[in-house]
Write a protein that binds this ligand. Structure first.
Ligand SMILES: Cc1cc2nc3c(=O)[nH]c(=O)nc-3n(C[C@H](O)[C@H](O)[C@H](O)COP(=O)(O)OP(=O)(O)OC[C@H]3O[C@@H](n4cnc5c(N)ncnc54)[C@H](O)[C@@H]3O)c2cc1C
Length: 287
């Protein structure tokens, strides 16, 4: 295996394109190194992107928050501006692993590893996030919800790389939240998870809402019908029951020793209701 460090995305794209065998990008390495050691992947070329200028930056402009692809979970949690606007996205990323893992793990790596249980991904989808990529044909933008296409697979071309993760600026009277269920208190992956992002009218009713679920289907689920159920409500119990039912219906979960399909369906609905309540209060609503 060849290991190469690059100082530009263009150089990484050239290397990815010219490699005849399997190539992989290395960000924090908390997935890649584990997979290498277990023999699950055997790349011919590993490209370290952490020395590219700007990859550790978080830049807030009028329209968006642009997060570099080597920003770690710990660094996200220390960014006051990001935390103030998107606490759900930050808390999702901060659930990943341990203090040591937090120092390395990136959001881009979490997305591109394409695990159905990836914690940052439902929160990014609920937030309406997108990625900027670079390939031989140039740059493009892809909604985060469209990046994972199957467990372990993304829509990225072999010679395409994510260059930034972008979030819209959060609207006023808005809040987001992310919750997951794991069988123990930490260092485990989600059996089911839910993210909610919503905006309130001045009378406290919900103006718009986005609900995304994780670990209950081969890829993250954006449950459009669940968001619509919340609109116009103040999260009364009948609406929360309908939300839970819509989420449970949308799931297409596996049945394994960490949770049955039925359990995953039920828990996804419960988590969506609880996340909606947190997001509602963060948006300034009172329950
Ligand atoms: C002990 C432990 C606990 C963990 N707990 C959790 C958990 O609770 N929840 C969870 O979701 N995950 C967990 N993980 C998995 C992992 O930490 C996360 O998925 C992490 O966010 C991956 O980021 P990374 O920067 O380390 O990615 P890397 O390992 O560097 O890369 C991951 C994948 O993404 C690709 N990639 C990386 N950057 C780019 C890019 N810019 N463009 C294109 N492709 C790219 C790589 O080629 C690779 O396929 C855990 C891992 C460990 C070791």
């Amino acid at each position: 295996m060849r290991y190469m460090g690059v100082d530009s995305f263009a150089q990484a794209v050239d290397l990815l394109g010219s490699e005849q065998g399997k190539s992989m990008v290395l960000a924090g390495g908390t997935d890649v190194l584990v997979q290498l050691k277990l023999g699950l992947v055997e790349p011919d070329l590993l490209i370290n992107i952490k020395a590219i200028p700007g990859v550790k930056d978080i830049v807030i402009s009028d329209a968006q928050i642009r997060i570099g692809v080597a920003v770690s979970g710990a660094e996200l949690g220390e960014h006051a501006g990001l935390l103030a606007e998107w606490p759900g996205v930050v808390e999702a990323m901060e659930l990943i692993g341990s203090t040591q893992v937090q120092g390395r793990a990136t959001m881009a790596g979490n997305l591109c590893n394409a695990s159905p249980a990836a914690d940052a991904v439902p929160a990014l989808v609920a937030a309406g996030a997108w990625v900027e990529t670079l390939g031989p044909a140039g740059a493009r933008e892809i909604a985060v919800k469209d990046v994972p296409v199957a467990p372990g697979k993304t829509c990225l071309a072999k010679d395409e790389i994510v260059t930034n993760i972008c979030l819209p600026r959060q609207q006023v009277n808005s809040g987001d939240a992310y919750l997951r269920f794991i069988p123990r208190t930490e260092m485990d992956i989600a059996v089911a998870s839910a993210a909610v992002n919503l905006t309130l009218n001045t009378d406290g009713t919900i103006k718009s809402a986005i609900v995304a679920l994780g670990a209950v289907a081969p890829t993250v689920l954006l449950v459009a019908g669940a968001g619509e159920i919340l609109v116009g409500s103040k999260l009364d119990s009948a609406v929360l029951d309908r939300l839970s039912a819509a989420c449970a219906d949308a799931c297409n979960p596996i049945d394994d020793r960490r949770g049955t399909a039925g359990f995953r369906r039920k828990i996804a609905g419960v988590l969506a209701g609880r996340a909606a309540k947190i997001a509602y209060q963060r948006a300034g609503g009172s329950l």
